[in-house]
Design a protein around this ligand. Structure first.
Ligand code: GAP
Length: 406
Protein backbone atom coordinates (compact mmCIF):
# COMPACT_ATOMS: atom_id res chain seq x y z
CA UNK A 1 0.00 0.00 0.00
CA UNK A 2 1.32 3.47 -0.90
CA UNK A 3 2.77 5.43 2.02
CA UNK A 4 0.69 8.55 1.18
CA UNK A 5 -2.51 6.51 1.16
CA UNK A 6 -1.75 5.10 4.64
CA UNK A 7 -0.97 8.59 5.96
CA UNK A 8 -4.31 9.98 4.72
CA UNK A 9 -6.49 10.80 7.75
CA UNK A 10 -4.08 8.79 9.88
CA UNK A 11 -5.10 10.40 13.19
CA UNK A 12 -8.80 9.77 12.47
CA UNK A 13 -7.99 6.14 11.64
CA UNK A 14 -5.98 5.67 14.85
CA UNK A 15 -8.56 7.36 17.10
CA UNK A 16 -11.34 5.29 15.56
CA UNK A 17 -9.39 2.02 15.82
CA UNK A 18 -8.56 2.81 19.45
CA UNK A 19 -12.23 3.31 20.33
CA UNK A 20 -13.65 0.43 18.26
CA UNK A 21 -11.13 -2.13 19.45
CA UNK A 22 -11.00 -1.11 23.10
CA UNK A 23 -7.64 0.69 23.31
CA UNK A 24 -8.70 4.22 24.28
CA UNK A 25 -12.09 5.86 24.97
CA UNK A 26 -12.92 9.54 25.51
CA UNK A 27 -13.01 10.32 29.27
CA UNK A 28 -16.50 10.54 30.92
CA UNK A 29 -18.02 9.90 27.50
CA UNK A 30 -21.58 9.05 28.56
CA UNK A 31 -21.81 12.51 30.16
CA UNK A 32 -20.52 14.33 27.09
CA UNK A 33 -16.84 13.86 27.88
CA UNK A 34 -14.28 15.95 29.75
CA UNK A 35 -11.74 17.79 27.61
CA UNK A 36 -8.16 16.61 28.01
CA UNK A 37 -9.01 13.24 29.56
CA UNK A 38 -8.92 9.78 27.97
CA UNK A 39 -9.64 6.33 29.42
CA UNK A 40 -7.60 3.29 28.42
CA UNK A 41 -9.65 0.16 27.64
CA UNK A 42 -8.49 -3.41 28.11
CA UNK A 43 -6.08 -3.54 25.16
CA UNK A 44 -4.78 0.01 25.55
CA UNK A 45 -4.16 -0.53 29.23
CA UNK A 46 -2.20 -3.66 28.40
CA UNK A 47 -0.10 -1.87 25.76
CA UNK A 48 0.56 1.09 28.07
CA UNK A 49 1.53 -1.33 30.83
CA UNK A 50 3.97 -3.08 28.47
CA UNK A 51 5.54 0.26 27.50
CA UNK A 52 6.04 1.17 31.16
CA UNK A 53 7.35 -2.30 31.96
CA UNK A 54 9.88 -2.13 29.14
CA UNK A 55 11.02 1.29 30.40
CA UNK A 56 11.30 0.11 34.01
CA UNK A 57 13.18 -3.04 33.00
CA UNK A 58 15.75 -1.10 31.02
CA UNK A 59 16.26 1.93 33.23
CA UNK A 60 15.74 0.51 36.72
CA UNK A 61 15.59 -3.29 37.01
CA UNK A 62 18.52 -4.03 34.68
CA UNK A 63 20.81 -1.39 36.23
CA UNK A 64 22.80 -1.14 39.43
CA UNK A 65 22.77 2.63 39.75
CA UNK A 66 19.07 3.57 39.51
CA UNK A 67 16.61 3.28 42.41
CA UNK A 68 12.85 3.25 42.01
CA UNK A 69 10.39 5.36 43.96
CA UNK A 70 6.60 5.65 44.16
CA UNK A 71 5.92 8.97 45.81
CA UNK A 72 2.56 10.41 46.87
CA UNK A 73 0.81 12.59 44.31
CA UNK A 74 -0.31 15.06 46.98
CA UNK A 75 2.65 16.95 48.36
CA UNK A 76 3.25 19.72 50.85
CA UNK A 77 2.72 23.09 49.12
CA UNK A 78 6.21 24.11 50.23
CA UNK A 79 7.56 21.62 47.67
CA UNK A 80 5.96 23.59 44.83
CA UNK A 81 7.10 26.90 46.25
CA UNK A 82 10.70 25.68 46.53
CA UNK A 83 10.65 24.05 43.09
CA UNK A 84 9.60 27.30 41.46
CA UNK A 85 6.33 25.88 40.13
CA UNK A 86 4.06 28.21 42.14
CA UNK A 87 5.86 31.21 40.72
CA UNK A 88 6.91 29.95 37.33
CA UNK A 89 4.85 27.06 35.97
CA UNK A 90 2.66 29.15 33.73
CA UNK A 91 1.53 29.33 30.12
CA UNK A 92 0.78 32.60 28.35
CA UNK A 93 -2.92 33.38 27.75
CA UNK A 94 -4.09 35.13 24.55
CA UNK A 95 -4.25 38.53 26.26
CA UNK A 96 -0.65 38.10 27.58
CA UNK A 97 -1.75 37.31 31.15
CA UNK A 98 0.04 34.37 32.55
CA UNK A 99 -1.93 31.34 33.76
CA UNK A 100 -0.46 28.80 36.25
CA UNK A 101 -1.26 25.34 34.90
CA UNK A 102 -1.09 23.52 38.25
CA UNK A 103 -4.43 22.12 39.49
CA UNK A 104 -5.21 23.53 42.92
CA UNK A 105 -6.97 21.38 45.47
CA UNK A 106 -7.90 21.56 49.13
CA UNK A 107 -6.78 19.29 51.93
CA UNK A 108 -8.74 18.93 55.16
CA UNK A 109 -12.41 19.21 56.13
CA UNK A 110 -12.76 21.91 58.81
CA UNK A 111 -12.69 25.44 57.44
CA UNK A 112 -9.90 26.57 59.75
CA UNK A 113 -7.78 23.51 58.92
CA UNK A 114 -8.12 23.60 55.14
CA UNK A 115 -4.84 24.02 53.26
CA UNK A 116 -4.23 24.48 49.57
CA UNK A 117 -2.32 21.82 47.72
CA UNK A 118 -1.60 21.02 44.10
CA UNK A 119 -1.82 17.92 41.96
CA UNK A 120 1.77 17.34 40.88
CA UNK A 121 2.59 18.74 37.43
CA UNK A 122 5.72 16.54 37.19
CA UNK A 123 6.77 13.35 38.95
CA UNK A 124 10.30 14.76 39.34
CA UNK A 125 9.60 16.55 42.65
CA UNK A 126 8.55 13.27 44.30
CA UNK A 127 12.06 12.10 43.43
CA UNK A 128 13.90 15.18 44.74
CA UNK A 129 12.10 15.18 48.10
CA UNK A 130 13.20 11.55 48.55
CA UNK A 131 16.82 12.21 47.61
CA UNK A 132 18.02 12.12 51.23
CA UNK A 133 15.87 9.08 52.09
CA UNK A 134 17.27 7.17 49.15
CA UNK A 135 20.88 8.11 49.97
CA UNK A 136 20.42 7.15 53.63
CA UNK A 137 18.75 3.83 52.78
CA UNK A 138 20.98 2.63 49.94
CA UNK A 139 24.25 4.62 50.27
CA UNK A 140 24.72 5.04 46.51
CA UNK A 141 27.91 6.49 45.07
CA UNK A 142 27.76 9.24 42.45
CA UNK A 143 26.64 9.02 39.72
CA UNK A 144 23.28 7.43 40.51
CA UNK A 145 19.66 7.94 39.62
CA UNK A 146 16.17 7.77 41.08
CA UNK A 147 13.28 6.86 38.77
CA UNK A 148 9.53 7.12 38.98
CA UNK A 149 6.52 6.29 36.82
CA UNK A 150 3.28 8.01 37.73
CA UNK A 151 0.53 10.45 36.96
CA UNK A 152 1.11 14.14 36.38
CA UNK A 153 -1.60 16.77 36.03
CA UNK A 154 -1.64 20.04 34.12
CA UNK A 155 -4.54 22.39 33.56
CA UNK A 156 -3.56 22.75 29.89
CA UNK A 157 -5.16 25.79 28.29
CA UNK A 158 -5.87 23.93 25.06
CA UNK A 159 -5.76 20.13 25.39
CA UNK A 160 -5.75 18.59 21.92
CA UNK A 161 -4.54 15.98 19.47
CA UNK A 162 -5.86 12.87 21.21
CA UNK A 163 -3.34 11.62 23.80
CA UNK A 164 -0.74 14.23 22.87
CA UNK A 165 -1.86 17.05 25.13
CA UNK A 166 -3.98 15.90 28.05
CA UNK A 167 -4.77 17.33 31.47
CA UNK A 168 -3.79 14.08 33.18
CA UNK A 169 -1.03 11.81 31.88
CA UNK A 170 1.68 9.36 32.89
CA UNK A 171 5.29 10.39 33.13
CA UNK A 172 8.35 8.15 33.34
CA UNK A 173 11.24 10.16 34.76
CA UNK A 174 14.80 9.68 35.93
CA UNK A 175 16.75 12.22 37.93
CA UNK A 176 20.39 11.27 37.50
CA UNK A 177 22.78 12.83 40.02
CA UNK A 178 26.32 13.52 38.83
CA UNK A 179 29.44 15.45 39.83
CA UNK A 180 29.07 19.00 38.44
CA UNK A 181 32.10 18.73 36.12
CA UNK A 182 30.71 15.56 34.55
CA UNK A 183 27.30 16.80 33.42
CA UNK A 184 28.13 17.04 29.71
CA UNK A 185 29.42 13.47 29.59
CA UNK A 186 26.25 12.12 31.22
CA UNK A 187 23.99 14.34 29.16
CA UNK A 188 25.38 12.67 26.02
CA UNK A 189 25.20 9.26 27.68
CA UNK A 190 21.48 9.67 28.49
CA UNK A 191 20.75 10.99 25.02
CA UNK A 192 22.07 7.71 23.63
CA UNK A 193 20.20 5.63 26.21
CA UNK A 194 16.93 7.37 25.36
CA UNK A 195 17.42 6.74 21.64
CA UNK A 196 18.25 3.13 22.31
CA UNK A 197 14.98 2.57 24.21
CA UNK A 198 12.93 4.30 21.53
CA UNK A 199 14.44 1.96 18.98
CA UNK A 200 13.92 -1.07 21.24
CA UNK A 201 10.18 -0.48 21.61
CA UNK A 202 9.83 -0.10 17.84
CA UNK A 203 9.34 3.63 17.26
CA UNK A 204 9.89 4.66 13.67
CA UNK A 205 13.27 6.36 14.24
CA UNK A 206 13.12 8.12 10.85
CA UNK A 207 10.32 10.22 12.41
CA UNK A 208 12.28 11.06 15.61
CA UNK A 209 14.47 14.20 15.70
CA UNK A 210 16.54 15.63 18.51
CA UNK A 211 16.27 19.39 18.76
CA UNK A 212 18.15 21.84 21.02
CA UNK A 213 15.64 23.98 22.89
CA UNK A 214 16.58 27.70 22.86
CA UNK A 215 17.02 29.41 26.24
CA UNK A 216 13.80 31.45 26.13
CA UNK A 217 11.71 28.31 25.50
CA UNK A 218 13.28 26.19 28.25
CA UNK A 219 11.48 25.29 31.49
CA UNK A 220 12.37 27.51 34.46
CA UNK A 221 14.57 24.81 36.02
CA UNK A 222 16.63 23.89 32.97
CA UNK A 223 20.07 25.13 31.92
CA UNK A 224 20.17 23.05 28.73
CA UNK A 225 17.45 20.96 27.04
CA UNK A 226 17.24 18.64 24.09
CA UNK A 227 13.76 17.62 22.98
CA UNK A 228 13.11 14.47 21.05
CA UNK A 229 10.43 15.43 18.57
CA UNK A 230 8.24 13.05 16.61
CA UNK A 231 6.60 13.63 13.23
CA UNK A 232 2.94 13.28 14.24
CA UNK A 233 0.25 13.75 11.56
CA UNK A 234 -0.47 17.15 13.24
CA UNK A 235 3.17 18.28 13.00
CA UNK A 236 6.64 17.66 14.39
CA UNK A 237 6.26 18.07 18.14
CA UNK A 238 7.80 17.02 21.45
CA UNK A 239 7.83 13.36 22.32
CA UNK A 240 10.33 13.20 25.19
CA UNK A 241 12.87 15.57 26.74
CA UNK A 242 16.34 15.59 28.22
CA UNK A 243 17.15 18.45 30.60
CA UNK A 244 20.23 19.55 32.50
CA UNK A 245 18.65 20.82 35.73
CA UNK A 246 22.09 21.54 37.24
CA UNK A 247 21.76 22.10 41.04
CA UNK A 248 18.45 23.99 40.70
CA UNK A 249 16.27 21.52 42.61
CA UNK A 250 18.63 20.14 45.28
CA UNK A 251 19.76 23.68 46.13
CA UNK A 252 16.19 24.95 46.41
CA UNK A 253 15.24 22.02 48.63
CA UNK A 254 18.37 22.53 50.74
CA UNK A 255 19.75 19.09 49.95
CA UNK A 256 23.31 17.94 49.47
CA UNK A 257 25.39 14.80 49.20
CA UNK A 258 28.32 13.73 51.36
CA UNK A 259 30.88 11.33 49.94
CA UNK A 260 31.30 8.59 52.53
CA UNK A 261 34.95 7.89 51.69
CA UNK A 262 36.32 11.42 51.41
CA UNK A 263 33.81 13.31 53.58
CA UNK A 264 33.45 15.84 50.74
CA UNK A 265 30.05 17.58 50.68
CA UNK A 266 28.66 18.69 47.33
CA UNK A 267 25.41 19.55 45.61
CA UNK A 268 25.24 17.07 42.75
CA UNK A 269 24.00 18.25 39.37
CA UNK A 270 21.01 16.62 37.71
CA UNK A 271 20.48 15.18 34.26
CA UNK A 272 16.80 14.46 33.67
CA UNK A 273 15.61 12.09 30.95
CA UNK A 274 11.81 12.48 30.90
CA UNK A 275 9.27 10.47 28.95
CA UNK A 276 5.50 10.83 28.56
CA UNK A 277 4.02 7.32 28.54
CA UNK A 278 0.92 8.45 26.62
CA UNK A 279 3.02 10.14 23.96
CA UNK A 280 5.10 6.95 23.70
CA UNK A 281 1.81 5.05 23.24
CA UNK A 282 0.61 7.43 20.52
CA UNK A 283 3.94 7.50 18.66
CA UNK A 284 4.10 3.72 18.85
CA UNK A 285 0.63 3.30 17.35
CA UNK A 286 1.54 5.77 14.60
CA UNK A 287 4.75 3.82 13.92
CA UNK A 288 3.01 0.42 13.98
CA UNK A 289 -0.11 1.27 11.96
CA UNK A 290 0.08 -0.49 8.58
CA UNK A 291 -2.19 -1.21 5.65
CA UNK A 292 -1.63 -3.70 2.85
CA UNK A 293 -3.38 -6.21 0.62
CA UNK A 294 -3.15 -9.80 1.77
CA UNK A 295 -4.75 -12.48 -0.38
CA UNK A 296 -6.23 -9.65 -2.49
CA UNK A 297 -8.05 -8.28 0.55
CA UNK A 298 -7.13 -4.91 2.03
CA UNK A 299 -6.27 -5.10 5.71
CA UNK A 300 -5.10 -2.96 8.63
CA UNK A 301 -2.51 -4.33 10.99
CA UNK A 302 -0.43 -3.05 13.88
CA UNK A 303 3.19 -4.03 13.50
CA UNK A 304 3.87 -4.05 17.25
CA UNK A 305 6.84 -5.89 18.69
CA UNK A 306 5.64 -9.16 20.26
CA UNK A 307 6.91 -8.06 23.70
CA UNK A 308 4.66 -4.99 23.56
CA UNK A 309 1.61 -6.43 21.77
CA UNK A 310 -1.42 -6.52 24.09
CA UNK A 311 -2.43 -10.00 22.87
CA UNK A 312 0.43 -12.40 22.16
CA UNK A 313 -1.35 -15.35 20.56
CA UNK A 314 -4.88 -16.15 19.35
CA UNK A 315 -6.02 -19.78 19.22
CA UNK A 316 -8.77 -20.82 16.79
CA UNK A 317 -10.56 -24.00 15.81
CA UNK A 318 -10.90 -23.85 12.00
CA UNK A 319 -14.69 -24.30 12.30
CA UNK A 320 -16.75 -23.48 15.37
CA UNK A 321 -19.32 -26.23 14.69
CA UNK A 322 -16.87 -29.15 14.76
CA UNK A 323 -16.74 -30.20 18.45
CA UNK A 324 -13.53 -32.21 18.06
CA UNK A 325 -11.67 -29.14 16.69
CA UNK A 326 -13.15 -26.82 19.33
CA UNK A 327 -12.21 -29.25 22.11
CA UNK A 328 -8.62 -29.58 20.87
CA UNK A 329 -8.27 -25.79 20.43
CA UNK A 330 -9.62 -25.26 23.96
CA UNK A 331 -7.09 -27.76 25.32
CA UNK A 332 -4.19 -26.03 23.57
CA UNK A 333 -5.43 -22.65 24.78
CA UNK A 334 -5.66 -23.83 28.41
CA UNK A 335 -2.22 -25.38 28.22
CA UNK A 336 -0.51 -22.30 26.74
CA UNK A 337 -2.30 -19.91 29.07
CA UNK A 338 -0.67 -21.51 32.09
CA UNK A 339 2.67 -20.06 31.01
CA UNK A 340 1.94 -17.38 28.43
CA UNK A 341 -0.17 -14.44 29.61
CA UNK A 342 -2.46 -12.56 27.26
CA UNK A 343 -3.51 -15.22 24.81
CA UNK A 344 -7.09 -15.44 23.54
CA UNK A 345 -9.46 -18.07 22.19
CA UNK A 346 -11.77 -17.12 19.32
CA UNK A 347 -14.26 -19.20 17.33
CA UNK A 348 -16.46 -16.33 16.19
CA UNK A 349 -17.10 -15.88 12.45
CA UNK A 350 -14.96 -17.33 9.67
CA UNK A 351 -11.23 -17.80 9.94
CA UNK A 352 -10.43 -14.91 7.57
CA UNK A 353 -12.37 -12.49 9.74
CA UNK A 354 -10.66 -13.78 12.87
CA UNK A 355 -7.24 -13.18 11.32
CA UNK A 356 -8.24 -9.62 10.38
CA UNK A 357 -9.51 -8.92 13.89
CA UNK A 358 -6.21 -10.03 15.42
CA UNK A 359 -4.13 -8.18 12.79
CA UNK A 360 -5.91 -4.96 13.66
CA UNK A 361 -4.90 -5.17 17.33
CA UNK A 362 -1.35 -6.31 16.57
CA UNK A 363 -1.49 -9.96 17.70
CA UNK A 364 1.78 -11.39 16.34
CA UNK A 365 0.67 -15.05 16.04
CA UNK A 366 -2.55 -16.96 15.31
CA UNK A 367 -2.68 -20.70 15.94
CA UNK A 368 -5.32 -22.73 14.07
CA UNK A 369 -6.49 -26.24 14.86
CA UNK A 370 -7.66 -27.79 11.56
CA UNK A 371 -8.61 -31.21 10.19
CA UNK A 372 -4.99 -32.36 10.05
CA UNK A 373 -4.50 -31.73 13.78
CA UNK A 374 -6.19 -34.94 14.99
CA UNK A 375 -4.17 -36.90 12.39
CA UNK A 376 -0.64 -35.58 12.90
CA UNK A 377 -0.85 -33.50 16.12
CA UNK A 378 0.24 -30.30 14.37
CA UNK A 379 -1.32 -26.84 14.11
CA UNK A 380 -0.72 -23.89 11.81
CA UNK A 381 1.01 -20.82 13.21
CA UNK A 382 0.36 -17.70 11.15
CA UNK A 383 2.70 -14.72 11.19
CA UNK A 384 0.88 -11.37 11.41
CA UNK A 385 3.20 -9.34 9.18
CA UNK A 386 3.66 -11.76 6.27
CA UNK A 387 0.53 -13.91 6.62
CA UNK A 388 2.72 -16.99 6.08
CA UNK A 389 1.78 -20.17 7.90
CA UNK A 390 3.96 -22.84 9.37
CA UNK A 391 2.96 -26.26 10.73
CA UNK A 392 4.20 -26.81 14.25
CA UNK A 393 3.88 -29.90 16.45
CA UNK A 394 1.47 -29.33 19.34
CA UNK A 395 4.07 -30.72 21.73
CA UNK A 396 6.57 -28.09 20.58
CA UNK A 397 4.13 -25.18 20.33
CA UNK A 398 4.71 -23.67 23.78
CA UNK A 399 8.48 -23.44 23.34
CA UNK A 400 8.09 -22.21 19.74
CA UNK A 401 5.83 -19.34 20.84
CA UNK A 402 7.78 -18.50 23.99
CA UNK A 403 10.97 -18.13 22.02
CA UNK A 404 9.31 -15.63 19.70
CA UNK A 405 7.38 -13.47 22.14
CA UNK A 406 9.22 -13.26 25.44
N1 GAP B 1 10.09 16.83 34.80
C1 GAP B 1 10.23 17.42 33.53
C2 GAP B 1 9.00 17.61 32.81
O1 GAP B 1 7.92 17.46 33.36
P1 GAP B 1 8.03 18.23 30.47
O2 GAP B 1 8.71 18.37 29.13
O3 GAP B 1 7.16 19.37 30.91
O4 GAP B 1 9.19 17.96 31.52
C3 GAP B 1 7.84 15.66 30.32
O5 GAP B 1 7.19 16.89 30.48
C4 GAP B 1 7.12 14.79 29.30
O6 GAP B 1 5.76 14.60 29.70
C5 GAP B 1 7.02 15.40 27.89
O7 GAP B 1 8.21 15.14 27.15
C6 GAP B 1 5.82 14.67 27.33
O8 GAP B 1 6.20 13.39 26.84
C7 GAP B 1 4.93 14.48 28.56
N2 GAP B 1 3.88 15.51 28.61
C8 GAP B 1 4.01 16.80 29.00
N3 GAP B 1 2.83 17.43 28.96
C9 GAP B 1 1.92 16.53 28.52
C10 GAP B 1 0.50 16.57 28.28
N4 GAP B 1 -0.20 17.68 28.49
N5 GAP B 1 -0.11 15.45 27.82
C11 GAP B 1 0.61 14.31 27.62
N6 GAP B 1 1.94 14.21 27.86
C12 GAP B 1 2.58 15.30 28.30
Amino acid sequence: MKEEKIKENLMEKIVSLCKRRGFVFPGSEIYGGLAGTWDYGHLGNELLHNIKQSWWNKFVAAREDVYGIRAAILMNTKVWEASGHVAGFADPLENGEKFNTMFKTQIGAKKEEITTSYLRPETAQGIFVNFKNTVDAFHPKLPFGIAQIGKAFRNEIAPRDFLFRQREFDQMEIEYFVRPNEWQKFFEYWKDEMMEWMEEIGLDMSRVHDVEVPEKERAHYSSHTVDFEFEYPFGQKELFGLAYRADFDLKNHNLSYQDQDTGEKIIPHVIEPTFGADRAFLALLLSAYSEDNLGNEPRVFLKLKPTLAPVKVAIFPLLHNKPELVKKAREIYANLKQEIPNIVFDDNGNIGKRYRRQDEIGTPFCVTVDFDTPQDDTVTVRDRDTGTQERVKVTELKEYIKEKIL
